[in-house]
Ligand binder design. Structure first.
Ligand code: ATP
Ligand code: MG
Ligand code: MG
Ligand code: MG
Length: 587
């Protein structure tokens, strides 16, 4: 029967290629096969697919959905992921960072000491053990690592220290979507650095930025480094690494004149207002700051969530800088600060459900007695405005070009242009934000007084590895499928023997051996699509969908003229080469 023939074919081909990597043995459930369009649509609806990288990762058999924002990674996805990790490992070794692995299940203790048990809000997955002790699934690891290092480091002699890990993180995102781009479980590489002084920490920060540039250069997708705001993580200096993309939920503002880039929050800086309906569609919260005429501090929070997290200006007339605060922790300082007559917090309509949270949080006596007393007795000091805030932008100018220009001259205003972008990496100079509350201290080389201990100066640096995988595909695909950059392709070459004819089989073995022996980089990177029960046309389409940089067909042309039909995925160019000419395309 037909089925038997199919089985026999599989059997024959698998045997004839012995140890060489064959597609028939790989778990690669591509869905090109679903000829029925209705079925295909049904699948995509079930997986809730609304963007191209997600669709391609599903169709190319890289991922499958487990539940909302949670995915299984299949073999080919894992191969690419491992390649990204290898690139990172190498750069980390170059800057003397050591790899560790921290637990994902974390006790609430340290999180309470830094205030993030509360400020992380509902994004934190919380759970209890049988003794009712509170835990969370790590969304990030500042607390855990600071505690670990704080316990072990006693003296300046043990510093500097650089530790990183690659592991899973958990965030109960308000809107998990776009597949791996915004998951509730995702893979992050996170590096933490520990130095003895601010200067040393800054030097470290700059060194890591260079390593990050190298990583992104090696991956090979064009990227933008934006001056960033340090958000919930906190700290003083921060940068974000972005891939520009329509699907991106961030907006990067760039100066076409000098190339200055900043994320939106950072670029808006002191300008109160802005933040358009566009972002509300994306449901991403933004924070803007300003000072009213009667010297009230204005904070506008537009978009969903993150109510427990606001910012304060460093000083009324400082150079566009502000730092992150926990709403409860530092608000007293703002209220006691003579330079302000009070605070106005503007929240838009999307905040309806959380508004009471904000108010009750501010006046919760358990949180901070002093603050709640101030707020309750001086209602006028802090006002929460709630409504439909669609303020018009005054337009944002480039801080570099604009400062070099004549003040108030409209001719020298260089507007920044906005671009949607996917945040792939984020670096923060933390200072002592975590080492202070968690008492991670060391004895300095030259103590000012007996027994002096100083808090360690820290930095933290993240790369969203699973997000990066999807973002690469989002940035590099066409109508036929994924176009992998060679650096992270699951396999670099796919050989497709047209048939099981002995001559073709022998040529396939020879070609495989030639490729894997001639170039060290192709070792383990060549795959034979031995599924000769499937048509050649089908397998070519499948190979384009999965996106191997090179496809090599051994068929009629080989029998006629001894030439291999070579397809370059990126250009979709085809050329016929003899065996001894193939080497040159890899040089
Ligand atoms: P976003 O603004 O997209 O929510 P974030 O600023 O909250 O991200 P960070 O806390 O800076 O994220 O985490 C470091 C990196 O982890 C991010 O730059 C991103 O690449 C990745 N990351 C964060 N959240 C997710 C997620 N839900 N799914 C996949 N990757 C994520
Ligand atoms: Mg986030
Ligand atoms: Mg962000
Ligand atoms: Mg970030």
């Amino acid at each position: 029967s037909a089925q038997l023939i199919v089985r026999k074919r599989y059997f024959t081909s698998a045997q004839s290629y012995s140890n060489r990597t064959c597609l028939s043995k790989i778990f690669l459930p591509t869905t090109k096969n679903i000829s029925n369009t209705k079925n295909k649509q049904k699948h995509e609806q079930e997986e809730n697919i609304i963007c191209e990288s997600h669709r391609l990762m599903f169709r190319a058999g890289l991922i499958r959905r487990s539940s909302s924002g949670i995915y299984s990674l299949l073999p080919l996805a894992l191969r690419s992921l491992n390649k990204i990790e290898k690139i990172i490992d190498l750069e980390m070794t170059n800057i003397n960072a050591q790899k560790i692995s921290l637990s994902i299940l974390l006790s609430s203790n340290a999180w309470k000491r830094t205030g993030r048990w509360n400020s992380a809000g509902s994004e934190l997955f919380r759970l209890k053990d049988r003794k009712e002790s509170e835990f969370c699934l790590a969304p990030t690891h500042e607390e855990e690592i600071t505690q670990l290092v704080g316990h072990e480091v006693i003296s300046y002699r043990q510093l500097p220290l650089r530790l990183y890990q690659i592991g899973r993180k958990y965030r109960d995102e308000m809107r998990p979507r776009y597949g791996l781009l915004r998951g509730r479980e995702f893979i992050m590489k996170d590096l933490y650095t520990f130095d003895t002084s601010e200067e040393a920490a800054l030097k470290t920060y700059e060194e890591v930025l260079i390593a990050y540039r190298n990583i992104f250069d090696k991956i090979g997708i064009p990227f933008v480094i934006a001056d960033a705001d340090s958000g919930n993580i906190g700290g003083t200096k921060s940068h974000e690494f972005h891939f520009l993309s329509q699907v991106g939920e961030d907006l990067v503002l760039m100066c076409p004149h000098c190339g200055y880039s900043a994320n939106e929050e950072r670029a808006h800086g002191l300008i109160p207002s802005t933040k358009q309906a566009e972002n509300e569609i994306n449901q991403k919260p933004t924070f803007n700051f300003g000072i009213s005429e009667n010297n009230r501090l204005i904070i506008s929070i537009l978009g969903f969530g993150h109510v427990l997290n606001i910012f304060k200006l460093k000083a009324a007339n400082s150079e566009n800088s502000f730092e992150t605060i926990q709403i409860g922790k530092d608000i007293k300082d703002i209220l006691n600060n003579n330079s302000y007559n009070g605070i106005d917090i503007y929240v838009d309509n999307t905040f309806q459900t959380n508004l009471t949270d904000l108010e009750s949080f501010l006046s919760n006596p358990l949180f901070d007695e002093n603050i709640s007393k101030v707020i309750q007795s001086n209602k006028h000091l802090i006002r929460i405005h709630h409504g439909d805030f669609h303020n018009a932008s005054p337009g944002d100018g480039c801080p570099i070009c604009s400062t070099s220009s004549i003040p108030n001259s409209t001719n020298n205003f260089y507007p920044l242009t906005g671009h949607h972008a996917i945040e792939v990496g984020h670096t923060f100079l933390l200072g002592t934000k975590y080492s202070e509350p968690l008492k991670a201290t060391f004895a300095p080389e030259t103590p000012q007084n007996m027994g002096e201990l100083k808090p360690i100066q820290m930095g933290c640096y993240g790369i969203g590895i699973s997000r990066m995988l999807a973002a690469i595909i989002e940035s590099s695909h066409d109508d036929y499928g994924i176009i992998w950059p060679s650096s992270v392709a699951p396999y670099k070459v796919c050989i497709i023997p047209n048939s099981d004819e002995p001559i073709i089989q022998q040529a396939t073995r020879n070609l495989f051996d030639l490729l894997t022996s001639m170039d060290h980089e192709l070792n383990g990177e060549v795959l034979i699509d031995d599924r000769t029960n499937l048509s050649l046309g089908y397998r070519i389409k499948d190979s384009e969908l999965v996106g191997y940089p090179w496809m090599m067909v051994l068929g009629k042309r080989f029998l006629d003229s001894g030439r291999v039909e070579i397809h370059e995925r990126r250009t979709r160019k085809k050329f016929d080469l003899k065996f001894d000419e193939i080497e040159k395309i890899f040089n």
